[in-house]
Ligand binder design. Structure first.
Ligand code: MTE
Ligand code: MO
Length: 301
């Protein structure tokens, strides 16, 4: 199931094996038998899978509350089946589709991707899903479609966070078409080999691993192809802090904090700090830098 865009095998170790190995290393460090630096050496603590319990309990999903632990509690009864997606705009096959029909015939893949929130924390998550390009091609976008816009469900009855106008609901995100069609762009339907938990954006959630987490819009009910750049929710909220592109970039700080490094979630107690340097395009520069050739990434943050 591993695809070439997943992190290479040697960088990702099974959660339990990794935990054991790290415990041994830590014990040796504490005992003075190994230098502390080994705990931060490249390829050791770096790309371990984030424990499933952390992926599914430390969430941002404001529709279900604003605390990291709220979505897992408040989304427990969220109804994600049946689920319909409305497709509109500059494409040949618009309409309202049942999600089951939309996914029929598309091969489900596993992708292990780094995930970097704009708040400077990160995870490594094994997703299940389909390449975004494969899904979008079904609607035959016209060549005049330069952007695609995604919209989250609006349902204040089920989503208590929407009863307050903390954000301009419903949540909206967008991609340039060439970004959307890039082989790394992914539409997730599961994680850790199981269907997506509601708090992670069931039943359909965008995953664009070289961009900040807020681009990864959850519980999508609408896909719209258009000529002009869509306004995305966080940019509308605070245009000086959140852009349209939102490419992970350690050289362009958030106005209120540095983006040079990130806190690794779920690694538990660490003597030497569970941080790592943030990488350009979240480590995917080789694959995606070409999309932005000639663009000033300070201006288009
Ligand atoms: N609809 C919607 N999508 C959303 C959000 C949200 O509040 N509402 N939060 C975003 C942010 S800021 C992040 S970091 C990721 C978090 O995804 P996770 O909880 O699966 O880790 O979801 C993104 N997608
Ligand atoms: Mo985020």
């Amino acid at each position: 199931m591993k695809k070439k865009y997943s992190l290479p095998e040697w960088q990702v170790t099974d959660e339990s094996v990794f935990q054991q190995r790290r415990d041994v290393v830590k014990a040796l460090v504490v005992a003075g038998l190994l230098p502390a630096s080994v705990l931060q050496a490249k390829g050791t603590l770096k790309d371990e899978l984030t424990p499933e319990a952390a992926v599914t309990s430390y969430n941002n999903f404001y529709e279900f509350g604003y605390g990291k632990n709220d979505p897992a509690k408040n989304a427990r009864d969220f109804k994600t089946h049946p689920w319909q997606v409305r497709v509109s705009g500059l494409c040949e096959k618009s309409g309202v589709f049942d999600l089951d029909d939309l996914l029929k015939g598309l091969a489900v893949e596993e992708r292990i991707y780094r995930f970097r929130c704009v708040e400077a924390w990160s995870m490594v998550i094994p997703w299940l899903g389909v390449p975004l390009a494969a899904l979008l091609k079904r609607f035959r976008p016209l060549s005049s479609a330069r952007f695609v816009r995604f919209t989250t469900l609006y349902d204040p009855k089920q989503m208590p966070g929407q009863r307050r106008r903390v954000l301009d609901w419903p949540y909206v995100e967008g991609l340039r078409m060439d970004e959307a069609m890039h082989p790394l762009s992914f539409m997730a339907t599961g994680l850790y080999g199981k269907p997506l938990p509601p708090q992670n954006g069931a039943p359909l959630r965008l995953v664009v691993p070289w961009k900040y987490g807020f681009k990864n819009i959850k519980s999508i009910v609408r896909i719209h192809f258009q000529e002009d750049m869509p306004m995305n929710t966080w940019r509308k909220m605070a245009p000086d802090e959140y852009g349209f592109y939102a490419n992970v970039n350690p050289q362009v700080d958030h106005p209120r904090w540095s983006q040079a490094s990130e806190r690794i979630i779920g690694t538990g107690f660490s003597l030497f700090g569970n941080r790592r340097d943030t990488e350009m395009f979240n480590g995917y520069a080789e694959q995606v830098a070409g999309l932005y050739r000639g663009m000033n990434l300070r201006k288009f943050f």
